[in-house]
Design a protein around this ligand. Structure first.
Ligand SMILES: [Zn+2]
Length: 411
C-alpha cells in the first residue's frame, strides 16, 4: 500500500485522512448502513445471558472465521478472539465488545423493527458494540488496509453485574495473550461524544446471617437474623458520603424468613458500593464491613443465656478497580481528535466497563460508544436507533488505525 505514514504508537487523524485506503474504509460505513443493521439484528437475536454466553460466542466465532481473522478461538473463560495481523505483532491493540446481557436465558432475544427503531433485550448494550467489531473488520478488509501493529478482536464474557469482568480479567491476566496487549479499546452501547477514560470502581457483597430461629412469642430473645440485617442497613444508610468524589451505596436485594410469627434462622442481603475515588471506595468498604459485624454483635449482645449467637458470613462477590487513562495520554488525545473529526465535541466520562480491568493493570484503555441512539438499557424495553451509527464507527476506526499505524509495505 502506498503510504507515507511511519509506523509509530500513534498516528494523527489528520495523517490518516491523507490515505486513500482509509477514506475508502470510512466510506464503507456510509454505504453499508443497512447491511450493518441487518447483522446487528442477527447478533442480538442470538441468546446471551450472564454465565451463559456460549451461543452468541459461537456465532461471533463464525463471523470472525468467515472474515479471515487468524487464530480464531473461544478461550477457556468463553471469550471469542480473532487476530487481524498487521505488519508487526506490536503494538497489539485489543478491540472488544461484550457478549453478555443482564437477561436470563429464558428471555426472548428476538429483535423487532418498528420504523427507525430496533427493539430487543441487549440491542444496544452491547449488541451495538459487537456489530461495531464486525463492521470495522469488514471496512479494513474491503479497503485492503494493512496496519502497522496488530488488532486482537475480542467478544468478552462477564462484563455485566456478577460477571465481574471475568472475561477481560482472564484475557489480560492469565490468557495466552495477557502479556502482549499494549492498548485496549471497547465499544459499549450507543453514542458518539462519550470517551470513557476513567474507571468507576465498585465492591459488591453478599452477607448471610444464620441462627437457630424459633417461635416469635415463645422464643423471643433468640437473636434474629433479619433484625441484624436491619441494624446493618440502618448503619449503612447513615453513611456520611463525601462531597467531592461521587460515592454511592445500594442494598439491592434482601431475602430470608419463613413466616410472620417465626424468628427466622436465615437472612441475606446484597449490596453495591461505588465511588469515583479509590480512597473513598476503600473507606466506604471498610465502613460497611464494620457495620455488618457490629450489627450482628449488637443483636447477639441481647440474647438470653444459653441461646446460640448469630453467625455472619460476608462474601465479596464483585470487585472493580477505580483508575484512569490520563486525559493527556496519546490514546485519549487520539480519541478526542477522532471525535472532533466527526464534528462532535467529545466528553470525557467515568463509568464501569471492561476498560476498568486494563486500566487497573496500567494498560491504556478507553471505552467508546458505537454510534446511534438508544434507551432502556438493562430493561426489556431497550431500543436502538441506527441513524448516525456511521459516525461512531468512523471514530472507532480512526482511533484503531491511530494506535496501530499503517504498514509501509507496498502490496
Ligand atoms: Zn455494556
Amino acid at each position: 500500500m502506498p503510504s507515507t505514514i511511519k509506523q509509530q504508537t500513534t498516528v494523527s487523524v489528520k495523517e490518516l485522512f491523507a490515505v486513500p485506503e482509509v477514506l475508502k474504509a470510512l466510506a464503507y460505513f456510509d454505504d453499508n448502513a443497512e447491511g450493518i443493521t441487518e447483522e446487528h439484528i442477527r447478533i442480538s437475536s442470538v441468546p446471551a445471558s450472564p454465565f451463559d454466553e456460549r451461543q452468541r460466542a459461537e456465532y461471533l466465532y463464525r463471523l470472525f472465521v468467515e472474515r479471515g481473522l487468524e487464530e480464531v478461538t473461544i478461550d477457556a473463560e468463553g471469550n471469542c478472539l480473532g487476530l487481524f495481523s498487521g505488519e508487526s505483532a506490536s503494538p497489539l491493540l485489543v478491540v472488544s465488545a461484550h457478549l453478555d446481557t443482564v437477561f436470563s436465558n429464558d428471555t426472548d432475544f428476538r429483535v423487532q423493527r418498528r420504523g427507525q427503531r430496533l427493539f430487543g433485550p441487549g440491542i444496544s448494550d452491547d449488541s451495538s458494540g459487537l456489530v461495531a467489531l464486525i463492521a470495522i473488520i469488514d471496512a479494513l478488509k474491503i479497503a485492503r488496509l494493512r496496519t502497522g501493529g496488530s488488532i486482537l478482536f475480542v467478544a468478552t464474557v462477564g462484563e455485566e453485574g456478577e460477571g465481574n469482568l471475568r472475561g477481560v480479567r482472564h484475557l489480560l491476566t492469565v490468557g495466552p495473550w495477557s502479556s502482549r496487549v499494549d492498548a485496549f479499546l471497547s465499544f459499549d452501547g450507543p453514542g458518539i461524544d462519550r470517551i470513557t477514560n476513567r474507571a468507576l470502581g465498585s465492591r459488591r457483597y453478599r452477607i448471610e446471617v444464620t441462627g437457630s430461629g424459633g417461635h416469635s412469642w415463645g422464643d423471643f430473645g433468640i437473636p434474629n437474623p433479619i433484625h441484624a440485617l436491619g441494624r446493618a442497613i440502618s448503619r449503612l444508610a447513615a453513611y456520611p458520603i463525601p462531597k467531592d468524589a461521587r460515592t454511592t451505596f445500594n442494598v439491592g436485594r434482601i431475602e430470608g424468613g419463613t413466616s410472620v410469627n417465626a424468628i427466622p434462622s436465615f437472612a441475606a442481603l446484597e449490596v453495591d458500593l461505588r465511588s469515583a475515588a479509590e480512597a473513598e471506595l476503600r473507606r466506604l468498604d471498610a465502613y460497611f464491613r464494620r457495620a455488618a459485624r457490629e450489627a450482628v454483635d449488637d443483636e447477639n449482645a441481647q440474647r438470653r443465656p444459653g441461646d446460640q449467637p448469630l453467625i455472619l458470613k460476608l462474601e465479596l462477590t464483585g470487585e472493580r478497580p477505580t483508575g484512569a487513562t490520563a486525559a493527556d495520554s496519546p490514546l485519549v488525545e487520539l480519541a478526542i481528535e477522532a471525535t472532533r473529526a466527526q464534528g462532535i465535541e467529545p466528553k470525557l466520562d467515568q463509568s464501569s466497563t471492561d476498560s476498568n480491568l486494563p486500566i487497573s493493570l496500567g494498560i491504556p484503555a478507553i471505552t467508546l460508544g458505537s454510534g446511534g441512539n438508544a434507551a432502556g438499557s438493562h430493561t426489556l424495553d431497550e431500543w436502538y436507533e441506527p441513524e448516525g451509527r456511521e459516525l461512531g464507527l468512523k471514530r472507532g476506526l480512526l482511533v484503531i488505525l491511530g494506535v496501530t499505524g499503517l504498514s509501509q509495505k507496498i502490496e
